[in-house]
Design a protein around this ligand. Sequence first.
Ligand code: GDP
Length: 429
Amino acid sequence: MAATDIARQVGEGCRTVPLAGHVGFDSLPDQLVNKSVSQGFCFNILCVGETGLGKSTLMDTLFNTKFEGEPATHTQPGVQLRSNTYDLQESNVGLKLTIVSTVGFGDQINKEDSYKPIVEFIDAQFEAYLQEELKIRRVLHAYHDSRIHACLYFIAPTGHSLKSLDLVTMKKLDSKVNIIPIIAKSDAISKSELTKFKIKITSELVSNGVQIYQFPTDDESVAEINGTMNAHLPFAVIGSTEELKIGNKMMKARQYPWGTVQVENEAHCDFVKLREMLIRVNMEDLREQTHSRHYELYRRCKLEEMGFQDTDPDSKPFSLQETYEAKRNEFLGELQKKEEEMRQMFVQRVKEKEAELKEAEKELHEKFDRLKKLHQDEKKKLEDKKKSLDDEVNAFKQRKTAAELLQSQGSQAGGSQTLKRDKEKKNFF
Ligand code: GDP
């Protein structure tokens, strides 16, 4: 009997029975709370926005502390992400908070690829979690989950409309992270302008199909407040760590020559709304959504890319074992195909080389024969020349001998004539 059939039977046959007395499982929620509190929580915020829009100041203001960090310059060649993790403690609850901030966002002339490092960073955190999940010995309870739970998108208080960089970036991120858009430095914009600006931003987000995070309204206890807060998005915030004495209370505020803006005054800005929604009411939902929606999507796409499926082409359930074996066979088949291709290629190359060598050998033979013939011709020519020279030498020698003979005969004949002439001379005297 298949496991699904058994489950169905159990489900169908499940009856509600009254308990005769207290058993104790009503303490389960307390057990969960105790376990979670002892393990501690982790929350990761990504701040995306142009340099100088007040990202660091807002984080300090939100968590009522001073996080370290050098102010970023406007001369970065590209967008980078700076990540810092802090251990915070409130009452007996520990929070491992990671704040990731963009550095150099919006500072380049060509902003076409500015969203890429952010997308890559978010994906890298999903990938690390997936790798941990896929390990045989996984330690997810001790694993430092670095997946981004909330992305605060800082919009410049221009009062006009969203920049194309904002729209493109939010569009690229909306399927990967919970985006909460906020109007930064909202003390720079007047009350009436702010109302119009909020409407304009909301309509631009809708018309461009950008999905921003909606505070959940399915839980009765927070449905009303979350519903109301959804209507206030994007929150217009002000950040300041400076405390000023207002009345007889110390308050976070920004002081100007013409007056003071109080960060926590709801008539001045939406900072309190943001803090309520982000930290006090919906932190768990943001974590939940990250895991069940965004990570799930990443995981599904990644596993499908790797060849895993839930059903086979006939819509029958596909087991992991079968998927693994199918993938393995496919891989082995491909490997064999590749091996055969390489073998064929090798044989072909050897044949080509052999033909090349044969051709070269033939050429060498021909060259050798040509040279040999040339040598023989040369040799014959030299021999002929030597012969003719020998003949000439012999002829010369013969002529020389004949000439010497003639000369000696001539000198003998010359001697007797001289004697005769001397005798005739004597007789004359
Ligand atoms: P980051 O580069 O986005 O992290 O910006 P910073 O937090 O370093 O802030 C840059 C400057 O803006 C600092 O001088 C802050 O004091 C100032 N600043 C921060 N928040 C606000 C705000 O809400 N309103 C105004 N007017 N200035 C702010």
